[in-house]
Design a protein around this ligand. Structure first.
Ligand code: ZN
Length: 256
């Protein structure tokens, strides 16, 4: 089960043997995807999956509406690719395209964020928790072991803090180190806040705001290429690690 389908999905599949076909020419071990928002970098990979391979796609209603409104996604045959609505703040059992339970439960929680960039001409929902962006909690039903996945988040609201408290593992939005990073590096005109991302550093940053939540393992994901923590010898990388965070890398495997 994929968490989001980024445009480099084909490369991810090529580089990870666990995602290779196992039985015959048309097989894929991928049974579906859970989408945390409608950003291009979270949905475009759906178009790289085989058009007539059975899949289950889970997303909140705002994201399902985007897939529905953009007819290019009809290439994923609706007879075989089942679109299922993720309710908010209510765990549901994940099922494959054949309806067989996967032994996993997912709960989606709206987090502060915004509509995708290409939707800003249609609606100006910025900095809201309307479900345009969700965080996911994935639980193995047999053991109760769970982790949280929050790749985009513009603010740690009290509700989100309560949701993440005492988690065993949180993957969190590590897009930017500083809010004005895109502007000061000459790569963009928008602040992180305007793009729907809280920064790692600073008093309202994720390092400070998640420090007292009792989270056992914290891993930054969704890291922009302007973020200095990507350089292993940078002071920012040292600061992140001293604060008890890890930086995700391609091919990382985690056992809970
Ligand atoms: Zn993204």
């Amino acid at each position: 089960m994929l968490l989001n389908a980024s445009p480099d999905l084909r490369q991810q599949i090529t580089e990870n043997p666990a995602l290779h076909p196992k039985i015959g020419l048309r097989h894929s071990p991928i049974v579906g995807a859970i989408l945390s928002n409608g950003d291009i970098d979270h949905i475009a990979g759906l178009l790289s999956l085989r058009e007539s391979q059975p899949l289950a796609i889970y997303a909140g209603n705002p994201v399902l509406e985007i897939l529905q409104a953009n007819r290019v996604f009809n290439v994923l045959d609706v007879q075989k690719v089942h679109r299922r609505e993720l309710p908010f703040r209510r765990p549901i059992s994940l099922r494959g395209p054949d309806d067989a339970p996967l032994g996993l439960e997912v709960e989606a929680s709206p987090v502060p964020g915004k509509v995708p960039l290409y939707m800003e001409s249609v609606t100006q929902r910025l900095g809201t928790s309307a479900g345009d962006t969700v965080g996911l909690r994935v639980t193995e039903i047999a053991t109760g072991v769970s982790f949280y996945y929050v790749p985009g988040c513009s603010e740690l609201s009290p509700a989100l803090a309560d949701w993440l408290r005492n988690a065993a593992l949180v993957f969190f939005d590590g897009t930017l180190w500083r809010d004005d990073e895109m502007i000061s590096s000459g790569t963009g005109a928008k602040t992180g806040q305007r793009m729907g991302h809280m920064s790692m550093s600073g008093g309202t940053g994720s390092i400070a705001r998640l420090a007292s939540l009792g989270i056992r393992r914290k891993i930054f994901i969704h890291i922009n290429n302007t973020n200095p923590v990507l350089a292993e010898d940078s002071p920012e990388r040292s600061a992140v690690q001293s604060a008890g965070w890890e930086i995700a890398r391609d091919g990382m495997e985690i056992n809970l």
